[in-house]
Design a protein. Structure first.
Length: 230
């Protein structure tokens, strides 16, 4: 499973954390390390010292301006956050491996972690299909970034009893976003303006993601939208 996971760090500011996550990439071998609007360079000397055995992931880290660009090839986007909300679909970390097998049995998965000082912003959580909370017994519910990544990767690396799911093609985040945009343009009267309209778009994208559509399904829905406008 980890070989299909991209670790995506948003707004990372601490070079020691960046180096620590690069070292974890050597431990757990995820598919890639991606940095969104980082506030520290991958070649920062302090990151290189901490991640001295993880210099290859640092050197190969992809840097993106936005989270949308970083997750466009993923079929399932998972955000990690200690914040909870009624409108935010949140699960416990122990539930994540089974959900990944259900929603993305053979496709790319993005594991998204926020900045050290503020965590993932609401807009970034809205770009995720599900939010994951790492439940802790103590009074302090937030973790250091490197610690959070380590616990998440360890949970996904645990052995799973049962037959592996059958591989199948799945629509990427970019394909689902294009479908939502198409629906919004075609049925503009259904979508409200401002924040409420954006919440409608987020909800529609999450519904489509739960359906685990394949590219042929997406093309068929584009066709239905076009026919509905005729």
């Amino acid at each position: 499973m980890l070989s299909r996971c991209d670790v995506v760090l948003v707004g990372t500011a601490n070079p020691e954390n960046l180096g620590g996550v690069a070292r974890l990439a050597e431990n757990f071998a995820p598919a890639s390390l991606a940095l969104v609007a980082p506030r520290v360079r991958p070649d920062d000397p302090r990151a290189l010292v901490v991640g001295r055995v993880g210099r290859e992931p640092l050197a190969g880290a992809r840097v993106w301006a936005t989270l949308e660009e970083a997750v466009r090839d993923a079929a399932f986007v998972v955000g990690f956050s200690a914040r909870r909300g009624a409108a935010r679909p949140t699960i416990a970390l122990v539930e994540l491996p089974a959900l990944v097998r259900q929603r993305a049995p053979s496709s790319r998965i993005a594991l998204v972690f926020g900045p050290e000082d503020s965590g993932l912003a609401t807009g970034d959580i809205d770009r995720c299909d599900v939010a994951v909370a790492i439940d802790l017994p103590g009074a302090l519910q937030s973790l250091n970034l490197t610690q959070a990544v380590a616990i998440a990767l360890w949970e996904l690396a645990r052995p799973f009893d049962g037959a592996p799911p059958a591989p199948r093609a799945q629509a990427t985040r970019a394909e689902l976003d294009a479908l939502v945009d198409h629906a919004a343009r075609a049925f503009a009267g259904w979508f409200r303006d401002g924040d409420e309209g954006e919440r409608q778009r987020v909800h529609l994208r999450r519904v489509l993601a739960r359906a685990a559509l394949d590219p042929a399904d997406v093309r068929a829905l584009h066709g239905l939208i076009n026919r509905g406008r005729e």
